[in-house]
Design a protein around this ligand. Structure first.
Ligand code: CA
Length: 716
């Protein structure tokens, strides 16, 4: 782009900003059929709507609405609520257009509501097979839909892209985005649409997948382009020159062939689009397996893992990539959101991309060229000392490459910042990050017990769990993860302020022209803060842990704030248990959509869990120590990702220690035959034997007795 084009583009942006001021008094009418690239690019002229995942193509999640503001937010209350009858994680951003609201729930279900009254208009259930629950690393979640010319697009957990009629919810077409079912692919992200192309990336980098992002014709569903994140079989020509170059950064001589067992790089979440440059940006995931010593034993950067990749949006041709974690070995996905903004840096207006991935650094990158402008730590980081601005590469701490020794790495695999979106507020010039500080114990393995469609990481979870158990027994447990909202100045790369949150795994964020920042936490508190100072101005207990970001919209002059509350995701399933909240949440993790307005109802009633049976004492156990030990290792290899370390669940999937009597007699039937498959407890027949299942049962039963003996009240 020439200087002259930049000036014109900047003028268009300023003009859009001016018309936003007009739109607040007289909303431009926008019908569902009118939602197209021009409407999304000029989102500020339809400020009462929320047309795309991050509201705008820039994904700033800043709303120009200001009727709810720092002077009156204290009277915010519930306008209406909608019960989802779900106990799994809720991560979606609601979209609003033409008086309708579109949300997604667990298992990729889509709901359309009247955005003013909350009346359910239609529901769509893609009927994702329960077995798929095993193939999603981090819960059966979905982060929302895309709108385009009267249609709603949703990606399903089993990898389909579905086009629905936005008025009726009827499916128009369904296509399979999975190019090879021998590998494990999911979709949890929200599609984006630009130039009439629906773009979506697939998850699966904890299993055996080769990541890619695809673009489909919004009219016909035809595949228009696909970009693979990592190289394929090195004996064949790669799909494009960028992958030919990438191949040189991988070792192809190792025992495990990355092109057979995956490679990883799954672009499962973030995307942003610059209409002037016609570049689409997406973040790529970790290496598969995690452990680089097994994936690429002689080292190498392993492009384009853990990177931001820019493609020409019409063709999918490679423009540039910036790798945040070369040679990733720590599950440092770079899939946190990518946010575009124009910032004055060193007296110059720079068109930048901002990104705060799991690895703990905040990056400001020139979004036309991919050149790094600046990078600083925004949390506790010990894997690297800093980023060399000349090379753009991290200055690594060599001890962080763990080999087969227990190594404590900061940030954790959950990340200093995960998928929960940050927001950029152009009024304060600050980026607000849902940040976490947590330690990750790593122990690598020297071989992979490889199974298709199972977790294949090259990490010894049994050794890690054993080490953690010993730390707990010695009275020095690993420090619990802590969470913050950090207000970050992207120009100076310094923190402006921070507030501590109730848990570590908290919600995404929203900023508004009312001077407000909205965020929720793991304990269920939803709050509004003064965006300048971080002072908490309003809060309400929603009785359920919150992950999803809030959004805001306006109908008939009334501004609303909407938020899905429902605990889960990676941090909800597999995090070390937080004793302050776990069991209480088990009783109340009932997903709900809340919509707020000024003068609304000032309290939220808890919902009783449906049909929770009374806890009964576990059956007697006669297991020997060897069997229990075998069960400990097998449990932590196969079960912990959903049911938690030491069989202690955070509550959105059953806490196995509290199982009713009939479950203890059904272990083989459940684990091997898939008796509870429809509910999401998949069969593990391809991975576990009958004697393995007996060992796992013995270990869980031991844990159950420990819990029963410790809890004198027996009230669970
Ligand atoms: Ca990952």
């Amino acid at each position: 782009m020439t200087v002259r084009q930049w000036v014109c583009a900047a003028a268009a942006i300023i003009a859009a900003g001016l018309s936003a001021a007009v739109s607040q008094s007289g909303e431009a009418p926008l019908r569902l059929g009118d939602v197209d690239g021009a409407a999304i690019a000029n989102a500020d002229t339809h400020a009462g709507d929320w047309l795309s995942h991050g509201r705008t193509y820039s994904e700033q999640r800043f709303s120009p609405l200001d009727k709810i503001n720092t002077t009156n937010v204290m009277s915010l209350g519930v306008a209406w609520e909608y019960r989802t009858y779900s106990v799994r994680g809720l991560e979606a951003t609601p979209l609003v257009a033409d008086g309708m609201m579109f949300i997604t729930l667990a298992w990729s279900k889509v709901i359309a509501l009247d955005a003013k009254s909350g009346k359910e208009l239609w529901t769509y259930d893609p009927k994702v097979p329960g077995q798929t629950g095993r193939y999603a690393c981090c819960d059966v979640v979905n982060r929302g839909v895309a709108l385009w010319k009267g249609a709603v697009f949703v990606g399903t957990l089993d990898g389909r892209l579905v086009k629905l009629d936005a008025k009726t919810g009827k499916a128009i077409w369904t296509i399979d985005t999975v190019e090879n079912h021998k590998h494990t692919y999911t979709i949890t992200g929200a599609p984006r649409v630009a130039n009439g192309l629906v773009m979506i990336g697939n998850g699966g980098a904890e299993y055996d997948s080769r990541g890619y992002v695809s673009a489909f014709d919004a009219g016909t569903g035809k595949l228009v382009w696909r970009f693979h994140v990592v190289p394929g079989d090195p004996s064949r020509p790669q799909e494009n020159a960028a992958l030919e170059r990438a191949l040189g950064t991988w070792d192809t001589t190792g025992k495990y062939k990355f092109w057979q067992i995956g490679g990883g790089g799954a672009p499962w979440n973030s995307m942003a689009y610059d209409p002037q440059l016609d570049l689409v940006y997406f973040g790529t995931g970790n290496g598969n397996p995690w452990n680089r010593d097994l994936r690429s034993p002689k080292g190498g950067d392993n492009l384009y893992l853990s990177s931001v990749v820019a493609l020409h949006a019409k063709t999918g041709e490679f423009a540039w990539a910036y790798q945040t974690t070369p040679g990733d070995t720590w599950d440092f996905d770079s899939t946190a959101d990518v946010v575009l903004a124009d910032l004055k840096i060193g007296g110059q207006l720079r068109h930048v991309l901002m990104h705060a991935p799991k690895n703990g650094f905040f990056y400001v990158i020139d979004r036309a060229t991919g050149k790094l402008i600046s990078a600083q730590k925004f949390g506790v980081v010990n894997w690297a000392k800093g980023i060399d601005l000349t090379t753009g590469k991290p200055i690594e701490n060599p001890d962080a490459r763990y080999k087969d020794k227990l190594t404590i790495v900061f940030p954790s695999a959950t990340g200093a910042h995960n998928w929960q979106p940050m927001t950029y507020d152009p009024q304060t010039g600050l980026v607000y990050i849902p940040a976490m500080d947590a330690a990750q114990p790593f122990v690598g393995t020297t071989t992979i017990d490889y199974h298709p469609h199972a977790w294949n990481l090259g990490i010894d979870f049994a050794a890690i769990s054993d080490a953690v158990q010993k730390m707990i027994a010695s009275g020095k447990p690993p420090p619990p993860g802590v969470g913050f909202i950090k207000a970050w100045n992207p120009v100076t790369q310094k923190e402006a302020w921070q507030v501590s949150m109730g848990g570590s795994w908290n919600s995404g964020l929203l900023s508004t022209a009312g001077g407000l920042l909205f965020g929720g936490d793991a304990y269920g508190d939803f709050s509004a803060y003064d965006a300048r100072t971080g002072q908490r101005l309003w809060s309400m207990d929603l009785k359920t842990g919150i992950l999803a970001p809030a959004m805001t919209y306006m109908i008939d002059g009334q501004q609303y704030v909407a938020l899905l509350a429902g605990w889960g995701g990676a941090g909800g399933l597999a995090a070390f248990r937080d004793p302050k909240t776990a069991l209480s949440r088990f009783q109340t993790n009932q997903g709900r959509l809340f919509v707020f307005r000024l003068g609304g109802r000032q309290s939220v009633q808890p919902l009783a869990a449906e049909g929770t049976p009374p806890v009964e004492p576990p059956p007697l156990t006669k297991a020997d120590a060897a069997l229990t030990q075998k069960g400990f290792a097998l449990y932590h290899r196969n079960c912990l990702v959903c049911h938690g370390f030491f069989a202690q669940s955070e509550g959105e999937v059953p806490d196995l220690r509290l199982a009713p009597p009939e479950i203890w007699g059904q272990y083989e039937n459940i684990v091997l035959n898939g008796a509870l498959q429809d509910g999401g407890m998949a069969s593990f027949k391809d991975v576990l034997s009958k004697s393995d299942v007996a060992a796992i049962r013995a270990y869980v039963l031991q844990q159950s007795h420990l819990a029963w003996d410790q809890d004198k009240t027996h009230k669970h």
